[in-house]
Design a protein around this ligand. Structure first.
Ligand SMILES: N[C@@H](CCC(=O)N[C@@H](CS)C(=O)NCC(=O)O)C(=O)O
Length: 235
């Protein structure tokens, strides 16, 4: 039986199944990337809710695996060499899980680099820009009189949507016919922009029919439906 008791995070979030991959998360656009990936691959895992209302992400136990106090993070009891591995940053976790399972990453080197390329496009562009649109459209920033910061992030988000729309005009998914971790990283953010952030009209989402077509296909996947609500907010 695997023993994870040396990891302080297991003091706050006990591992009831220490032989399974431990997920510390919340169903946000970054959090669901990992739960969707775990559901897609079928890797056994144990989800733990990191509650932002009680600032769980700033506790010493959480900081012991992510000094950057952000979800998602994982602790895999069966990491490289059979030893436990903890990881944070959703993009790094997706690459790790793709390589561990041999899924959602094309096996040929060019396909692999193209997948990482579109994953980085999400991590460096889509996530940060859409997140700022959310702040200025839905949260504290919506009360700012000066609309220039909001408009700047909306314009950059539209530019990114143009790029995605062009790419998806000729490809089922971001890397072609294969569904990859780049899609797992990107579509939760598009869904959130239109849904939770209520910014669909602001970015003119109807101008991007290939993006919305692919988003529909993404949301229809059974693993996505489960991953979008994992860990369950009601525990
Ligand atoms: N680059 C990080 C970003 C993670 C991130 O921003 N997580 C947010 C939720 S979507 C968070 O944990 N926020 C809590 C906080 O900042 O205190 C990743 O992709 O993992």
């Amino acid at each position: 039986m695997t023993d994870l008791s040396a990891f302080p995070i297991t003091k706050k979030w006990p591992a009831h199944h220490p032989d399974r991959l431990q997920l510390y998360s919340l169903p946000t656009p970054n959090g669901v990337k990992v739960s969707i990936m775990l559901e897609e691959t079928g890797l056994p895992y144990e989800p733990h809710l990191v509650n932002f209302e009680t600032k769980d992400q700033t506790t010493p136990e959480f900081l012991s695996i992510n000094p950057n106090n952000k979800i998602p993070a994982i602790l895999d009891p069966d990491g490289p060499g059979g030893r436990p591995l903890s990881l944070f940053e959703s993009g790094a976790i997706l690459i790790y899980l793709a390589e561990k399972t041999g899924q959602l990453m094309p096996p040929d080197p060019a396909g692999r680099y193209h997948t990482i390329q579109w994953l980085m496009f999400q991590m460096g562009g889509v996530g940060p820009m859409f997140g700022q649109v959310g702040f200025f459209n839905k949260f504290a920033g919506k009360d700012y009189d000066d609309k220039r910061p909001r408009d700047r992030y909306v314009a950059e988000s539209k530019r990114l949507l143009v790029v995605l729309n062009r790419r998806l005009a000729d490809n089922a998914w971001l890397v072609g016919d294969a569904f990859t971790i780049a899609d797992v990283a990107t579509f939760p953010w598009i869904n959130n922009l239109i849904g939770f952030y209520e910014a669909g009209n602001l970015v003119g989402i109807t101008e991007f029919p290939h993006v919305t077509r692919a988003l529909g296909a993404f949301m229809a996947r059974p693993a996505v439906a489960i991953g979008m609500n994992t860990p369950n907010r009601i525990t």
